[in-house]
Design a binder for this molecule. Structure first.
Ligand code: NAD
Length: 360
């Protein structure tokens, strides 16, 4: 029995996770999938975005299938109670330091990208983002404001950017090992011309790279990487970077593939325990309308089968089923173009499940 903690979260989370669960149920595998609240949904129910009972469920499972968290209605809460703290809390609790974000442009979606077809056609890059360090977790951090709520000039806010050598070393090894299975090229993205943290990053990457002589390593400043990603994205293969730069660059890369609704992700710890979620957020603007694209979540479930559950064959079948549905011309609104058939979130899930049934 494969135990999975299912955490749908907020906004479109419930709608898209439901479709991934539907697809997993088609596989000839025995799943015990239990659901728990997280994010704003959990805050409304329990007063905390990451209740202990949700952590316990995840702890007793082999993997986490996650939807998304967040809604603007929680923006006035104290930061530790905001929905987004749940995902940061899970990353920290389980030591999920390695975030894999593949950006693949499916041939059928070449026209859905905002870039010219010749720039994105055949694109297949892997962004590896460090997930538990950097400015998102660095201490001290704080905000000093005047008690009357005005900002006359002396107030300040600050966050601390920080990485240690072991933190950089372990993500570097992940990147070089991933590159060994691909085209043996790593681009490390940093800002070492300005930031000490990223001078250390560059030095450590260079040093770890010496243990992987068959993998070529080049370094690129983040501002240049942001530009090159839209100018000539196919020159990248494996991109490794810190938490904040990776957050931004992977969203940029998502648009190369046509829609952020297509981009899966895996966040792994040293034991390959992982949290699997789409790269996008809870999309409150389209929640409840039945139009969200569930493919990023379904593809995240495929990554879960491959990375944490040792079911590589089942993972490939799910990916094939997705490709089959796209070849048949089915599209949710975000990837729709003339001549294709517009379907709802659940119709897309049904179609993938049906295609998978013919493959298993
Ligand atoms: P978002 O990713 O939720 O949405 C950005 C845009 O993409 C929106 O127009 C949305 O409609 C569209 N979109 C996203 N997913 C889609 C899908 N599956 N199908 C079709 N269209 C899709 O980002 P945002 O609007 O900046 O943030 C909304 C909330 O999500 C915020 O509260 C934010 O903090 C949160 N968030 C959560 C996570 C997470 O749970 N890991 C990640 C990013 C943002």
């Amino acid at each position: 029995m494969i135990k999975i903690a299912v955490l749908p979260g907020d906004g479109i989370g419930q709608e898209i996770v439901q479709e991934a669960v539907k697809v997993l149920r088609v596989l000839p595998l025995s799943f015990d999938m239990q659901e728990a609240p997280v994010g704003g949904t959990a805050y409304d129910l329990t007063g905390h975005p990451l209740p202990q009972s949700t952590i316990d469920l995840a702890q007793n499972s082999q993997a986490i299938l996650f939807g998304a968290v967040g809604d603007w209605k929680y923006d006035t809460l104290d930061r530790p109670l905001r929905p987004e703290q749940a995902i940061l809390g899970l990353r920290k609790h389980f030591g999920l330091f390695a975030n894999f974000r593949p950006a693949i442009c499916y041939p059928e979606l070449v026209g859905a990208s905002s870039l010219k077809p010749e720039i994105v056609s055949g694109l297949d890059i892997l962004i590896i983002r460090e997930l538990t360090g950097d400015i998102y977790f660095g201490q001290p951090r704080g905000k000093r404001i005047a008690s009357d709520g005005h900002f006359p000039g002396s107030e300040e806010a600050f966050d601390t950017m920080r990485y240690s050598v072991p933190e950089i070393e372990r993500i570097a090894h992940v990147a070089f090992q991933a590159a060994q299975k691909r085209s043996k090229r790593v681009t490390s993205v940093d800002k070492s011309n300005v930031l000490e943290t990223f001078q250390l990053w560059r030095d450590v990457l260079t040093c770890v790279g010496k243990s992987y002589p068959e993998v070529s390593l080049d370094h690129m400043y983040v501002d240049n990487a942001a530009m090159q990603l839209v100018k000539e994205p196919k020159k990248f293969d494996v991109v490794v970077t810190g938490n904040m730069f990776g957050d931004i660059l992977s969203d940029e890369a998502s648009m190369l593939t046509g829609s952020i609704g297509m981009l899966p992700s895996a966040s792994l710890n040293k034991d390959n325990f992982g949290l699997y979620e789409p790269s996008h957020g809870s999309a409150p603007d389209i929640a409840g309308k039945g139009i969200a694209n569930p493919l990023a979540t379904i593809l995240s479930a495929a990554m879960m089968l491959r990375f944490s559950l040792n079911q590589a064959q089942a993972a490939s079948l799910v990916e094939k089923a997705v490709q089959h549905v796209l070849s048949n011309g089915l599209r949710t609104a975000d990837i729709y173009s003339e001549g294709t058939q517009k379907v709802s979130t659940s119709e897309m899930g049904d179609a993938v499940a049906k295609a998978l049934k013919t493959l298993v």
